[in-house]
Design a protein around this ligand. Sequence first.
Ligand SMILES: Cc1ncc(COP(=O)(O)O)c(C=O)c1O
Length: 407
Amino acid sequence: MATINKNYKTLQAGYLFSEIAKRTKVFLEKNKDAKVLRLGIGNTTEALPKSVIDGLGLGVSKLANVDTYTGYGDEQGDTRLRAALSTWYKNMGVRIDPLEIFVSDGAKTDSANISSIFGNDNVVAVSDPVYPVYVDSNVIQGRGGEFKNGRYKNIVYLDSLEENGFFPKLPDKKVDLIYICSPNNPTGAVATRDQLKRFVNWALKHKAIIIFDAAYSFFIKDKNLPRSIYEIPGARKCAIEISSFSKWAGFTGVRLGWTIVPMDLITQNSKKGELNAMWNRRQTTMFNGASNIAQEGGLAVLSKKGQRESGEIIDYYMENARLIRVGLEKMGLKVFGGKNAPYIWLKTPNGLSSWEFFDKLLNEARVVGTPGAGFGLLGEGYFRLSAFGHRENVKQAIKSIQENLKI
Ligand SMILES: Cc1ncc(COP(=O)(O)O)c(C=O)c1O
């Protein structure tokens, strides 16, 4: 007799974005002619640059000719793309062998699947607030335990508060897998070298593994801030890095990412190279490789012209972020992030809850954002705005907030 994976029953309903959609729909039913301005979702909006379109086009045209046609490729990714990523890291001063790079269809899949190479008895630590995938994927694996008062009993939540610059506190108890996301979704905070150093040293001392989500690293403009965890000495022994072309190059729909499992990575009961071999085994068993068209596009992103042109689109989003940040600051609102990250994290005024502020912003300014409470208990009292969007829409939203929001 078949039975279900009961861990699914402890997952909380995908409440956040469905509730946002529901409240927006109710508002639009009551205000038929209203135009709602959306600064809520972290989805790219701008067209891809010519160099990248040419790369994707090359991938398509290769399929049209029997001499250049390819079917299944290596599950680990196109050798050329792995080599180009390795060179890209080298130019950043980081040594990563192409064999340590596993190309995938994106960072979400990898960040959800990576914990499968670790024992189910590993204790997971996440920051609070947090990108929900890390928690839910571990709950499915059975590492969550009972859900009570907004938290899973067996997960260790590391407070990410204003006084720490929204960077998680070091664990004060035994944990084995630590998820860190920098630049952070939702807070827009970026870890400093010292902050990361402290975590790497803690992980080395306690034989823990850091899973570092660098999906937004291309938004870091400040040269003093680390863009890869491998910029920190010792990280090759204790950290896995996950990254993506989604936000870097507008590949949210194209789908392409990668994960680095260094040969030096070890756990209490594994030798050098073993975790790399296990992730290789997992991918070759359960994944048939990223799309050859997408990978050709990825190679184009990594070309000199591709990096320059993709960088210009990042600059466009970052100008949106600046406009939002400055526009809100002018009103006296307390805002964080938005400097080396595409998210602006704002303290709700007058002690409003995240959802009360959502309703106020929608009703008064007709702007939709994301309540911080949806990212964890400590997101309560905060609100996330996203810099992804057309400039005109962003400008209209700021103008409307400045003119209509009563604070
Ligand atoms: C922190 C973080 N990691 C990963 C992802 C997903 O990236 P991908 O599109 O590569 O799956 C997102 C998407 O919003 C994200 O915010």
